[in-house]
Design a protein around this ligand. Sequence first.
Ligand code: DAH
Length: 514
Amino acid sequence: MSEDIKKTINELHIYEKKVLKELEANPDVTPEEIAENQNMDIKAVMSAAGSLASKDIIEVEKDVEEEISLSDAGLKFAQEKLPERRILDVLVDKKEIHMKDLSDETGVDKKEANIAIGWLRRKNWAQIDKGVVKVTDVGADSKDKLGEDEELLNHLTEAGKIIKDRLSDELLDGFKKLNDRKNIINIKKNTSHSFKLLDKGEAILKEGFTIKEQATQLTHQQLKDGEWKDLQYRPYDINAEAPVIFAGKKHPLRVIIDEIREIFLNMGFSEDNGEFVESAFWNFDSLFQPQDHAAREMQDTFYLKNPLTCDLPDMDLVKLTAETHETGADTGSIGWQYDWSEDIARQSVLRTHTTGISTKHLYNHEPPIKMFSVGRVFRRETFDYKHLPEFHQVEGLVCDEGISYQNLLGTLKEFYKKLGFEVRFRPAYFPYTYLSTETEIYLEEKESWIELGGAGMFRPEVLKPLGINQPALAFGLGIERLAMIRYDVEDIRMLYKSDIKWLRELPIDRGVRL
Ligand code: DAH
């Protein structure tokens, strides 16, 4: 304990010591008195007290006092008496006064006289009968008897100011009533602080300390002439609270996207980009998805009115694609056996996946190819904690002689490992790949496998019409799920909500880079 106290004393700032000394001399000393006695700024006193309080050495209490005083209007009433009193004084002699003469007879100005009539009736001092103000018995009796409000007015005039807490309930009620009359009194809030020594503070004072100027910054001169040897230094308190600073940083989703791009670029992939608006031809037909495929239905795909259609590519490619869909052409398959429609292929859609970028890339490039692309895709999903109508995918494509399914698994494994995830593969089906797989990750907390994306070897029905004779592996992986797992987000909407608290507090060391 005593060691602790010594250490605490060592770390006290000179201002803190001054405040403690003052409290030792007078436990009821006010901050203002400390400031005066110690020749300190009041702000310095308060900040030293705050620091002492944060170390449980003293307690800082805040007292709010309400001070009641007369307003200018109140002062005027107190001096001249209340208007209804001034009228009553005349009325008691005259017994009755016609309303229209009221102001002239009593010297109370017209506007005030009107209000005074209200009060005369309320106090039952007078009655109005056919435009004539007549004094009542109560009025006559009240001639020399001050009402409660008048007494309060006098009271306040004498006292100047009254602290609300010190008023009896009865008086307080009276003041409230008085204040019903257009702001006769002012209520001012005064905040004051008082300090109380806590046990630790007592122990510090018992241990004792001297107040000596401490060096916080050394000057060149002090170093040169050796004065530094005699200076007293205050140790740093490395546990002291510091203000929290929220640095500007990238959005976590952006961070993960950039990280993914970096990984693929480092693995020797080049980046390509597609368009949000794409023809059904590239989004579906080039991927050997039959034109009556469920994924094309309105429930899944956003079809556009503007532009309603897209241009088709080179007619040779269109023809070959049509033939492959209808009969399989020379791909070794019998196709889907239906009449392929150019109109359906022309429809414009918001791309439902990034895989159309792979087929377009194959059509426009010669193998060897290693391409990746990151982008938004669109599906008609209802918003909920795990679905959004827009999300991101990363598409990858490798095409060259000798490329195999093993290369596909190896590439995916490597990619996820670099991101910090361990994955497993599950057989799957896509109309455009064979073999096909889905990658999954195991989530401890959920005790279940989560699907991350699809992949496979493009079928000859995809490759042949594009003029590709080498094998190609391809994959399309969701990005939001990865972000949710990494940032521990239960609800996918969090990634798009711009929740400033969450964004600020997200630790930078979990991949969020400045
Ligand atoms: N396009 C698929 C999806 O959005 C994922 C996918 C599967 C992409 C297989 C591919 C692939 O490139 O070969 O779910």
